[in-house]
Design a binder for this molecule. Structure first.
Ligand code: SF4
Ligand code: MG
Length: 324
C-alpha cells in the first residue's frame, strides 16, 4: 500500500522563559500507509499530541518545529506556506480531537459546519453541500440525518457529537486521519461504537489512520502497527501482534503489565513507578532511566539509539544489540 505519511527526524521544541528548552518531540520517525491503523501510545506528557499537532502544522509559540520532514503523499508540509497548508488541512489530512465540544462551533448547526468545509475545499454549491452533508451524517450513523443537520452541537450527546466530528473529518475524503484520544471522554460502550465507526470509515475510504492513545486496550483492538513513545522519542515500534507477544523495551513491558490479563498471557498487574520527566529536564542518559527496573551504568551516561531487531521491530534500549 501507498505510504501516505512519512515523518523523518521530527523535532519540536518549546523555548521557555529562563532559557530552558523543552524537547517535546525529539527525533521522531513514523510512517502510515493507506488503509493502515498506526497507534502512537504512551502516557500523557510523552509527546504524542505534540507529534500530531506538528504533523498538522498547528504548533504555536513558544513551540517550534526545529528540524525534520513531514511528507504527506510525497509533499513536505514543512516547506509550505500557511495558505497552502490551510488548503491541505481538512482536505488531505483531517484530525479528530478528544473533546468534540471544543472542536465544534457551538453557535453553528452541525450542517453549517460540514457544508463550510465542503464549500471551502470542494467548491460545492449550497445545495450540493447540504445534500452531501446529509449523506455524510447518514454514513456515520444518524438515522434522521435530515433533522440532525439543523441541530446545534449542544443538542447532541457526546457520542453523537463525536460522530458529527467524524462526518466533518471525512467530508473531503482525506488520505490521512489523525485521531487524538478520540474516545477518552466517552463511556466504554460508546467508545467502542466510535472506534468501530472510525475503523469502518478507514477501510471504506482507504485512509491511513494515526490513532493517538494512552489506552493499550484500544491498541489491542484496532491497531495494525504500534509506536511506543516516551520522553519525546519512539522507544519501540512493531506490528501489534509482535508487541503484545514479545515486547522488548522495559517501558512497553511496564505498559503491558498494567493491562487486564485478556490482552496478555500471564496474569500480572503492575504499574510503572514514577512519572514521565518534564521535557525540559530529561535525564542525561536514557530518558526512561529514572524509572527503569533494568537500568545499568551505561543507561545513565548516554541515550541509546533506536536499533532494528528485525525488519519491522525496532527498540531504543541498551539491553539489545543488533544481533539479538
Ligand atoms: Fe532501561 Fe537502560 Fe534500556 Fe533505558 S537503556 S530502558 S534505562 S535498560
Ligand atoms: Mg495528549
Amino acid at each position: 500500500n501507498e505510504t501516505v505519511l512519512d515523518v523523518k527526524d521530527l523535532k519540536t521544541y518549546f523555548f521557555l522563559d529562563d532559557d530552558k528548552v523543552a524537547r517535546a518531540v525529539d527525533d521522531v520517525d513514523l510512517t502510515v500507509k493507506a488503509g493502515e491503523t498506526v497507534a502512537l501510545v504512551g502516557e500523557s506528557g510523552s509527546g504524542k499530541s505534540i507529534t500530531s499537532l506538528s504533523i498538522m502544522q498547528l504548533i504555536n509559540k513558544p513551540g517550534k518545529i526545529v528540524d525534520g520532514e513531514v511528507s504527506l503523499l510525497g509533499r513536505n508540509l514543512l516547506t509550505l506556506s500557511d495558505k497552502e497548508m490551510t488548503k491541505i488541512r481538512g482536505n488531505d489530512v483531517a484530525m479528530i480531537f478528544q473533546e468534540p465540544m471544543t472542536a465544534l462551533n457551538p453557535v453553528y448547526t452541525i450542517g453549517n459546519q460540514i457544508t463550510e468545509v465542503l464549500r471551502k475545499h470542494k467548491k460545492m454549491s449550497k445545495k450540493q453541500a447540504r445534500q452531501r452533508a446529509i449523506d455524510l451524517l447518514k454514513l456515520v450513523g444518524f438515522p434522521r440525518a435530515d433533522q440532525t443537520i439543523d441541530e446545534y452541537p449542544h443538542q447532541l450527546s457526546g457520542g453523537m457529537r463525536q460522530r458529527a466530528m467524524i462526518a466533518i473529518a471525512i467530508s473531503c475524503d482525506p488520505k490521512l486521519l489523525i485521531a487524538d484520544e478520540p474516545t477518552t471522554a466517552l463511556d466504554v460502550t460508546i467508545q467502542a461504537q466510535i472506534l468501530d465507526l472510525m475503523n469502518e470509515m478507514k477501510a471504506k475510504l482507504n485512509m491511513g489512520l494515526l490513532l493517538i492513545t494512552h489506552d493499550l486496550g484500544v491498541v489491542a483492538e484496532y491497531a495494525d502497527r504500534v509506536l511506543v513513545m516516551y520522553g519525546g522519542q519512539i522507544v519501540e515500534e512493531s506490528p501489534k501482534k509482535v508487541l503484545f507477544k514479545d515486547p522488548k523495551h522495559p517501558y512497553t513491558e511496564g505498559l503491558l503489565e498494567s493491562l487486564p490479563s485478556i490482552y496478555k498471557e500471564e496474569d500480572r498487574l503492575g504499574t510503572i513507578r514514577g512519572t514521565v520527566p518534564p521535557a525540559h529536564s530529561f535525564p542525561e542518559g536514557c530518558r526512561f532511566s529514572s524509572r527503569c527496573p533494568h537500568a545499568m551504568d551505561q543507561c545513565f551516561k548516554s541515550n541509546p539509539e533506536i536499533i532494528h531487531l528485525d525488519h519491522d521491530h525496532a527498540v531504543r534500549c541498551y539491553l539489545y544489540s543488533k544481533d539479538d
